[in-house]
Write a protein that binds this ligand. Sequence first.
Ligand code: PLP
Length: 355
Amino acid sequence: MDFEIQLCTEDQRKKKVADSELAFGTQFTDHMFLMKYKDEKWGTPCVIPYQSFQLDPACAVLHYSQEIFEGMKAFPHPDGSINLFRPFENAARFNLSAERMCMPQVNEDLFVKAILELIKVDKDWVPHSPETALYIRPTMIATEKFLGLRASSEFYFYVILSPVGPFFKEGFKPTKAYVASQNVRATPGGTGEAKTGGNYAATLHETCIAKSKGYPQVIWLDAIHRQFVEEASAMNIMFIIDDEIYTPPLEGTILKGITRKSVLELAQNLGYTVHEERIKIDTIVDQINKGQCTEAFFVGTAASITPIGHIFHKDEDHIVNNFNVGKITQHLYDELVGIQTGIIDDRFNWTYRID
Ligand SMILES: *Cc1c(COP(=O)(O)O)cnc(C)c1O
């Protein structure tokens, strides 16, 4: 499909922030991708200057949250090329989310091509310092103007780019997590597996409580037993017990993380035993206290691997590995980030080069 490309004028160009000043998701590049859906078909794929939308106040996304998104990163490689990490996995997941939210499918080659064409135009925006990357946010919103509750017949599919610094300003250091005691994130039969806005809005209430107590992250439990560990608000979770890796299975309420999948594949390749099985929070904190569970960490695109140093559960703090980064966590982090940034040879063929 032919892309229409409309470049910024000189005075539309934004000032770039120095790599050292980059935060997460506050700075956006000069261009964006936009394609509109109407009359049961997608229109022309366009790269246009980054701009605001004019949306009718009655449009569907603003009332009933018919919205999906993806999160991925492009990394500069030492040879000067820019590389995506498993972009077709994001394209496939975007379509799974679209199906669940009753939104149209986007051709997966077109999804990846939209990102490639956009990054080519904005390639000067890819930061080059260690731990920086270009964060990519493909999004689809329901734009039809009506207040009835039914699926919209009009949509925007758009992609914006944000040069980002380290997700956690403190760097690769253990974080503190608070086990949700009031709310749940997802329910069986619900939308937990879809990357759709409402799931994240649902996490804000208890996350505010956790943050006010000094815990940046919430660990969500299953909705039925309030006992099985699911994941964080936007990251999956793993534990190391007796030097083996444990993570909850994907049973519909947990987002199918591409980092999760990659870490499991990588770990097996490195000779670790991995288990995808249900994990009770009471059991895990007991194993932490007895020294059997020696490491815990979150996995996701935004922060790759984040060690967990404290788990707050039932009014008690449980300290993991003395608040130090564990050796298996470090090993997996070095391998994953090494492959993503081109420092380690990509034996899995995960990186996708932008020429
Ligand atoms: C995006 C997301 C993840 C991580 O997925 P990645 O593909 O690894 O970035 C995990 N959990 C939730 C709820 C998410 O939204």
